[in-house]
Design a protein around this ligand. Structure first.
Ligand SMILES: *Cc1c(COP(=O)(O)O)cnc(C)c1O
Length: 385
């Protein structure tokens, strides 16, 4: 549950203080890691602070969950063992056999796999839409549509969806709108304020921010849905452990300064890539020619740290460039302080090959870190050759 006392504080202050109350026993200014499975009861049912077993609740996880709710402006935050565990819990809470969902044509590969290979086996139907186009979303809706999934900016093509527009469409259709806010983070974008019902996070990325933990989250706009999700979180059991919760909580404290630097570095790199003869296209919502630029400018604080680009020479050259960088580490994932480079077609998005979500073979994705921008530019320039 969000701590109401933080409601009027600015984002940077909430990031550091929401959920992070000093330990009542010792005054420790950072929530301790409650590495514990069970709690002594003062007589049968005499729980201290409501804690009985750490799958149901753990004080370190509670601190993170309160922080997440406060940052997204939701009523309830829930932390999971991974982003996909959070998504799985959400889908099995909201959907039943016979229901229909609309998913974007440019989504995280694992999200698509969850729909196509797992959820579909339980009798849930799905259609793919271009969520950046309102007509495409409307056309995909059926009388059985219960949920519309949006990822903006999207992974890896950096497509932008107007959250408020799709929220209206969802409301009219009687469907819930879910926004995967992993790429933007709540510092850059507040989907619940724009009408979304639930926000999904891979905490593994910008929230943790240091490539040292895997985690996921759901934040519900209203109390009733939050309660339902919390029930299923406990019933399904894929919760975030106390240490992982603590690591994410620590990462979130610097989220605002990190995101500002990620975006600043990304903008400088985009400028250089645009002028490079080997680069055929740069995908970045900060570019005025990006089709979603105006919407991104309206619904995001800045344009973030993810940059994708296409190169002359096709797949072979794209793969070779990924192998030549020295500061950019060739690795999957994103959102850490260190810069990463990858080839989506062969790496993060191999699972969508042959589907409507297939990505171009000459595409390279950068997760721009917070190192010195000139060092990053020099590294990319030598790798491009
Ligand atoms: C990584 C990622 C996920 C999945 O999260 P995990 O923590 O890896 O399970 C979901 N959505 C997006 C946009 C991601 O980048």
């Amino acid at each position: 549950m969000s701590d109401d006392s933080h409601e009027h504080q600015s984002f940077e202050t909430r990031a550091i203080h929401a959920g992070n109350t000093a330990d009542p026993q010792t005054g420790a200014v950072v929530p301790p890691i409650y590495q514990v499975s069970t709690y002594k009861q003062d007589g049968v049912g005499g729980l201290r602070g409501g804690y009985e077993y750490s799958r149901s609740g753990n004080p370190t996880r509670t601190a993170l969950e309160e922080n997440l709710a406060a940052l997204e402006g939701g009523r309830r935050g829930l932390a999971f063992a991974s982003g996909l565990a959070a998504e799985d819990c959400l889908l099995r809470t909201l959907l039943a056999p016979g229901d229909h969902v609309v998913i974007p044509n440019d989504a995280y590969g694992g999200t698509f796999r969850l729909f196509a290979k797992v959820v579909s086996r339980w009798g849930v139907e799905w259609s793919v839409a271009d969520t950046s186009d309102a007509d495409s979303v409307r056309a995909a809706i059926t009388p059985k549509t219960k949920l519309i999934w949006v990822e903006t900016p999207s992974n890896p093509l950096l497509g932008i969806t107007d959250i408020a527009v799709v929220a209206d469409i969802a409301r009219t259709a009687g469907a819930k709108l879910v926004v995967d806010n992993t790429f933007a983070s709540p510092y850059l974008q507040q989907p619940l304020a724009l009408g979304a019902d639930v926000v999904v996070h891979s905490l593994t990325k910008y929230m943790g921010g240091h490539s040292d933990v895997v985690g996921g989250a759901l934040v519900a706009a209203d109390e009733a849905l939050g309660e339902e999700l919390a029930y299923h979180q406990n019933a399904m059991g894929a919760v975030a452990g106390p240490f992982d919760s603590w690591v994410v909580l620590r990462g979130i404290k610097t989220l605002a300064v990190r995101m500002d630097r990620h975006a600043e570095n990304a903008a400088k790199i985009v400028e250089v890539l645009q002028r490079h003869p080997k680069v055929t296209k740069v995908l970045y919502p900060g570019l005025p020619e990006h089709p979603g630029h105006e919407i991104a400018a309206k619904q995001m604080r800045n344009f973030g740290g993810m940059v994708s680009f296409q190169v002359a020479g096709g797949e072979e050259e794209a793969v070779a460039i990924c192998g030549r960088t020295k500061i950019f580490t060739l690795a999957e994932s994103l959102g850490g302080v260190e810069s990463l480079i990858e080839h989506p077609g062969r790496m993060t998005h191999a699972s969508v090959a042959g589907s409507a979500l297939e990505v171009p073979a000459d595409l390279i994705r950068l997760s721009v870190g917070i190192e010195n921008a000139d060092d990053l530019i020099a590294d990319l320039t030598q790798a491009l050759g």
